[in-house]
Design a protein around this ligand. Structure first.
Ligand code: PLP
Length: 230
């Protein structure tokens, strides 16, 4: 079932890319494994998935350790508290969810201590919902400039989560706005904003049509989680 779902998601991704005149290879699938047990993650790996995303530090660390040696790459996609940064350094190829210059500063400092540079995205809260983390669009330029002065981190792009809506078309304006913000602020502080992390199970095709380079998909691959939104 996981292999079939994965194939179906990949097929839909390729079709969406084709509709937008984009190369399918320009969009990476982050298989979101929160609440998913290690055996099922291994099944997805066996079915050809190689990039995985988690949103809780402790759960992620346990799984990464359990699956060590199976050649999985991991991205961190959830809200990150400063006191947990030490656990993510060196474990994740990309942190999608940096929402302040202070957090970037902490990531940079601990990366430098370990002789690393950590790739990050800046999460943008386009809707302004108070339940969502992220920098407001009005503060994005200032944040990018501040982060550009931080050694040990490298900004690669932007991430957003639109308000939940069962209609995927409702997400389109939020995705288009993220793309415009990236274009506007490309080069602010020297940042290359080539990565756009946007789109989940309900709306990844629309996100790809609007320029996503990373889509984060869980439910469409593993089925409904026991704890919605968890
Ligand atoms: C859970 C989660 C996803 C995946 O959501 P699905 O609807 O299950 O595809 C994507 N991004 C973030 C930040 C998440 O927390």
């Amino acid at each position: 079932m996981i292999a079939d779902n994965l194939a179906s998601v990949r097929h839909r991704m390729a079709a969406a890319a084709a509709r937008a005149g984009r190369n399918a290879s320009d969009v990476r699938l982050v298989v979101v494994t929160k609440t998913v047990p290690v055996e099922k993650i291994a099944q997805a790996r066996a079915a050809g998935a190689c990039l995985f995303g988690e949103n809780r530090v402790q759960e992620a660390v346990d799984k990464i350790d359990a699956l060590a040696g199976q050649d999985l790459a991991w991205h961190f996609i959830g809200h990150l508290q400063k006191n947990k940064v030490k656990y993510v350094i060196g474990r994740f190829g990309l942190i999608h969810s940096v929402d302040s210059a202070a957090l970037a500063g902490r990531i940079g400092a601990l990366s430098l201590e370990r002789g690393l540079e950590t790739a990050i995205l800046i999460q943008v809260n386009i809707s302004g919902e108070t339940s969502k983390s992220g920098v407001s669009p009005d503060d994005l330029e200032e944040t990018l400039l501040a982060v550009s002065g931080v050694s040990g981190v490298r900004v690669e792009g932007l991430m957003t989560i639109p308000p939940y809506d069962p209609d995927p078309e409702a997400s389109r304006p939020f995705f288009a706005r993220l793309r415009e913000l990236a274009r506007t602020f490309e080069g602010a502080g020297g940042a290359s904003l080539r990565e756009l992390s946007m789109g989940m199970s309900g709306d990844f095709e629309v996100a790809i049509e609007e320029g996503a380079t990373l889509v984060r998909v869980g439910t469409a691959i593993f089925g409904k989680r026991p704890n919605p939104g968890g």
